[in-house]
Write a protein that binds this ligand. Structure first.
Ligand code: SAM
Ligand code: SF4
Length: 335
């Protein structure tokens, strides 16, 4: 039995009980906004956490109050020992969840059911086959879409994440919201964020304000209902009257939600990141392997966490490439 002795507080009084573990740097898709066209330098296998090390790390975090773990990547389902990792983590007193592109989800339905992995976030940026091929550089729309339907039919709590970009999928906002008409899912629109090598530019951004305008223009103001914000929310949620599902907006760029942040990230090569936007990392894996005190490093990292977006507290700072081009690309952080 793991004894919880502490809570992971930062200097702004935020308690961190939610750990996102990236299992892998590789992916079976090549999303344009996530992975640079030339790929990313991959860590040698021996520098990545193995299944036992993932469990050891998770136990340390759980002993410090973490009660929610999300598995991400790269594409977590590409990892050969995925089922073994889930089996190990399922022995901990945590709520387990995953973020995936769903291409391989049909192979893991039993694993998800068996180990209580019920919260499944799936990334899908378009409902059109050709656009899917263009943005992911792979012709896999049908597989992704079928697997999303499968996950819904199997009763999982499915959220669809769509990163919005001007001249790409802004015209699909209403189509995405329509998916929630007869289905108990949540569609979440994500503002396009800047990372190393993803050619972010504010002119590509579709803002929270624009998303709401598109929705109200189509459905009408009086049928759009704002739902109460959840504790530690990232997504501000809405529902169209009479619809079964919901939709939400993750506005990390124009309207950040840092004040309630409870998230810490562990990369596949065992580095802790105290903020998605921070390029500062601390190496926990080497410390674990050398028998040094990992907990101390976790607390040090949290002590350095900035109040808002790694110090980029206004849009101008975020808009300055110098400020974010040293941050790894999203595929190696894990979103
Ligand atoms: N492969 C899995 C997937 O795609 O769901 C998990 C990893 S992916 C890096 C995690 C999330 O990050 C996805 O929802 C993806 O859309 C999001 N993401 C990646 N790059 C992004 C960017 N530049 N801006 C906003 N979201 C991004
Ligand atoms: Fe792969 Fe997910 Fe990044 Fe797309 S968003 S390249 S699916 S890790």
């Amino acid at each position: 039995m793991i004894k919880t002795t502490n809570v992971l507080n930062d200097s702004f009084g935020r308690k961190h009980n939610y750990l996102r573990i990236s299992l892998i740097e590789k992916c079976n898709l090549r999303c344009d906004y996530c992975m640079p066209a030339a790929g990313i330098p991959l860590s040698p296998k021996k520098e990545l956490m193995n299944a036992d090390e993932i469990l050891k790390m998770a136990k340390i975090f759980v002993s410090q109050g973490v009660d929610k773990i999300r598995l991400t990547g790269g594409e977590p389902l590409v990892r050969k020992d995925f089922a073994d990792i889930v089996k190990k983590l399922a022995t901990l007193p945590v709520r387990l969840s995953i973020t995936t592109n769903a291409i391989l989800a049909d192979r893991f339905i039993e694993t998800f059911h068996q180990y209580g992995l019920t919260d499944i976030n799936v990334s899908l940026d378009t409902l059109e086959t050709d656009k899917f091929k263009m943005i992911t550089r792979r012709d896999q729309f049908k597989k992704a879409y079928q697997n999303i339907q499968l996950l819904i039919n199997e009763g999982f709590n499915v959220k669809i994440n769509a990163v919005l970009m001007q001249d790409f999928n802004k015209d699909e906002i209403v189509d995405f919201v329509m998916l929630t008409r007869n289905s108990p899912i949540t569609v979440r629109f994500i503002e396009f964020m800047p990372f190393d090598g993803n050619r972010w530019n504010k002119s590509k951004l579709v803002t929270e304000k624009e998303i709401l305008e598109e929705v109200t223009d189509f459905f009408g103001d009086k049928y759009l209902h704002k739902l109460e914000d959840e504790q530690h929310f990232t997504s501000r949620n809405y529902q169209i009257e009479g619809f079964e599902g919901k939709f939400g907006i993750i506005s990390s760029v124009t309207n950040p939600f840092c004040s309630g942040c409870n998230r810490i990230r562990l990369t596949a090569n065992g580095k802790i990141k105290n903020c998605l936007f921070s390029n500062h990392e601390l190496d926990l894996l080497t410390a674990l392997r050398e028998g040094r005190d990992v907990k101390e490093l976790i607390l040090k990292s949290l002590g350095e966490k900035k109040k808002v977006r790694a110090g980029m507290d206004d849009f101008e700072k975020l808009n300055d490439p110098e400020k974010h081009n040293k941050n790894r690309s999203m595929i190696s952080i894990g979103g």
